[in-house]
Design a protein around this ligand. Structure first.
Ligand SMILES: CC(C)(COP(=O)(O)OP(=O)(O)OC[C@H]1O[C@@H](n2cnc3c(N)ncnc32)[C@H](O)[C@@H]1OP(=O)(O)O)[C@@H](O)C(=O)NCCC(=O)NCCS
Length: 182
């Protein structure tokens, strides 16, 4: 039997926990918004309940040593706010074809519901996940953003990541790359 996803974390304002099926209303609402999806994946909104349930299952499967996708909720009211992630980032095809055995880099990421923007929650959650990544023995983290995603780039800088310019190393696309040595 697969291990239960975890661990959970608390920060001054947030609880970080694995998502569960009953989070689907929130997940459906959040990822059906163009403002959220604008710089994620293909940019297409994902408005259906099935897409939300798929995402929850996919996020639960991300949990492993130093990886996962944690739902962020307010510590006092339990209100869902978004997600923070640590995951193995897929190399672009030319990189993985050149070295199929290359160990994947670990990506840190953040998605917030628009109602939760502008309050420092992404940076607060990411700071906790950086400590977790360090504790789990990761040596480095990367973050990648769409070149125009300035709010996300601001989060990366706020948590101490260094801008490394544009890269085509991941996701078969051009991204702004940030790195952090742990
Ligand atoms: C990227 C994203 C998470 C950034 O959200 P954000 O709210 O700007 O980021 P933070 O949670 O770090 O909040 C930063 C703001 O909170 C403010 N803040 C920081 N700490 C605070 C605190 N303790 N109390 C109140 N406000 C605080 C900061 O002043 C900052 O405001 P500013 O940007 O106007 O200077 C958000 O735009 C988003 O979810 N976008 C859609 C998904 C997405 O694109 N994800 C990234 C993919 S690469």
């Amino acid at each position: 039997m697969a291990a239960e996803p975890g661990p959970n974390f608390t920060t001054p304002r947030l609880r970080l926990r694995p998502p569960v099926t009953t989070d689907s209303d929130f997940v459906q609402d959040m990822y059906s918004r163009a403002a959220v999806m604008r710089f994620i994946g293909t940019g297409q909104i994902q408005p259906t309940r099935d897409q939300a349930l798929d995402r929850i299952q996919r996020y639960r499967r991300l949990f492993g040593p130093g990886t996962g996708a944690w739902l962020l909720e307010g510590i006092t009211d339990g209100a869902p706010l978004g997600f923070a992630l640590l995951k193995h980032i897929p190399f672009s095809a030319d990189i993985s074809e050149a070295d199929p055995s290359a160990a994947p880099d670990v990506e840190i990421g953040w998605h917030l519901h628009p109602d939760a923007w502008g309050r420092g929650y992404a940076a607060e959650a990411a700071t906790e996940l950086i400590a977790h990544a360090r504790h789990c023995g990761h040596q480095d983290l990367v973050a990648v953003t769409h070149p125009d995603n300035h709010p996300s780039q601001a989060v990366a800088r706020r948590i101490g990541m260094t801008s490394a310019g544009l890269t085509q190393r991941y996701y078969d696309t051009v991204c702004e790359l940030f790195t952090l040595t742990l």
